[in-house]
Design a binder for this molecule. Structure first.
Ligand SMILES: Nc1ncnc2c1ncn2[C@@H]1O[C@H](COP(=O)(O)OP(=O)(O)OP(=O)(O)O)[C@@H](O)[C@H]1O
Ligand SMILES: [Mg+2]
Length: 360
């Protein structure tokens, strides 16, 4: 079992200097609005992903008026304790050390301590644009497959080059065909790799999402999900040919896996446009729990699970189903935040689990 035993936080968001010991598998984090519940989850998340879940840049995680932050965490996988240190020195400089050994690349750390976060704004995964769903897919596969992350980085690099080139063609009023062809070839290789991985991944993911949705909702609402990609109907080369005119016109690349999406239907209607808020939240949890299950199968142990403010989100029945799964059926370590200590403790007591509550 993977667990985190301790974290020491220095100059990260609202934490000037603080240390937390985690002694149980089920941990509640309580405190009023703005006390730092979400930030504590985020600090742990940072140690797993070398980036914040909530802030787009590292600079936003540095405490106001400070130059950098430091996170020190002790993880344990069965018997072995591992010490992770992350030092951000400002100006984009960052160091990551596992058991005192520095990583050469941050990406090498991804997947070592797998984790799943569920936070209120994640509802964007359902209601937002396709980039939200691609990011979701990418975050999960990257934790299971180091090569995927490398190919994704490569794809995005070439895509940017290709887009700048299309702009330049328009400015100069002429097209350097050989150069475009070179970039197309460089795009196709990682593009095909990404497509195949996403196709296999979604084939595993979708039945699990449906299973969890039905468990949470406990009824027969039919949710249908599908992996949408331009590559579903043609190979990458013909997709590029198909969009070439449009690319020249709009001066950016319109064909490729950067347009992928997962379509979602509720009883044959667009989920986004017809589902109730509770149904959307249920689907969000179903997606996250499916992510959790796939990671668990892949790693051979349960990832860490972070539930931020889930109590605000669901009716009592759905909440009960969810918490039972999270605390009783799940065997991994779970962190749950709430503004009401009593409500959280009552829930843990009725589930008859051992728990620890941290009050901020
Ligand atoms: N870079 C930063 N430096 C210092 N303080 C910060 C930084 N970023 C955020 N904060 C502060 O952290 C606090 C928010 O903490 P957090 O979001 O963890 O609260 P919370 O306990 O989750 O609250 P809620 O119950 O409303 O979700 C705010 O007061 C905010 O000003
Ligand atoms: Mg919060």
């Amino acid at each position: 079992m993977l667990q985190i035993n301790k974290i020491t936080i220095t100059q990260y968001k609202n934490y000037d200097f603080a240390s937390f010991d985690f002694k149980e598998r089920v941990i509640g984090i309580c405190g009023l609005n703005g006390k730092g519940k979400t930030n504590l989850l985020d600090a742990i998340y940072y140690c797993c992903f070398t980036k914040s879940y909530f802030s787009k840049t590292d600079a936003l995680s540095v405490q106001f008026d400070k130059d950098g932050f430091r996170l020190e965490a002790f993880f344990e996988n069965d018997t072995e304790e591992q010490k992770l240190v992350c030092i951000h020195r400002g100006a984009g400089k960052k160091e990551l050390l596992l058991n005192e050994v520095p990583y050469e690349k941050m990406s090498q750390h991804i997947g070592k301590f797998p984790a799943v976060m569920v936070a209120p704004d994640d509802i964007e995964l359902i209601t937002g644009g396709s980039e939200e769903r691609r990011r979701f897919i990418d975050t999960v596969i990257s934790q299971m497959d180091a090569e995927y992350l490398q190919q994704l980085i490569q794809y995005n690099k070439v895509l940017q080059q290709r887009n700048s080139l299309l702009k330049r063609f328009a400015e100069q009023g002429k097209t350097d065909w050989p150069l475009l062809e070179v970039l197309d070839e460089q795009l196709i290789v990682p593009g095909n790799f990404i497509y195949t991985k996403r196709k296999n991944f979604t084939a595993d993911l979708i039945p699990l999402v449906q299973k969890f949705y039905n468990q949470i909702a406990a009824n027969a609402e039919a949710v249908t999900l599908q992996y949408e990609s331009q590559l579903n109907t043609g190979d990458f080369e013909s997709v590029l040919n198909q969009y070439r005119q449009k690319d020249f016109m709009l001066q950016r690349s319109n064909g490729g896996v950067h347009k992928d999406d997962i379509s979602m239907l509720l009883n044959d209607q667009s989920f986004k446009n017809t589902a109730s808020q509770g149904q959307r939240k249920s689907l969000l949890f179903a997606l996250k729990l499916a992510e959790f299950e796939l990671l668990k199968t892949n790693k051979g142990f349960a990832p860490l699970l972070f539930l931020d403010d889930v109590f605000e989100k669901l009716d009592d029945n759905r909440m009960q189903h969810l918490l039972h799964w999270v605390c009783n059926e799940n065997t991994g370590q779970v962190f749950i935040t709430d503004t009401h200590k009593d409500r959280l403790e009552d829930a843990f007591k009725s589930l008859q689990v051992k728990y620890q509550v941290i009050e901020l």
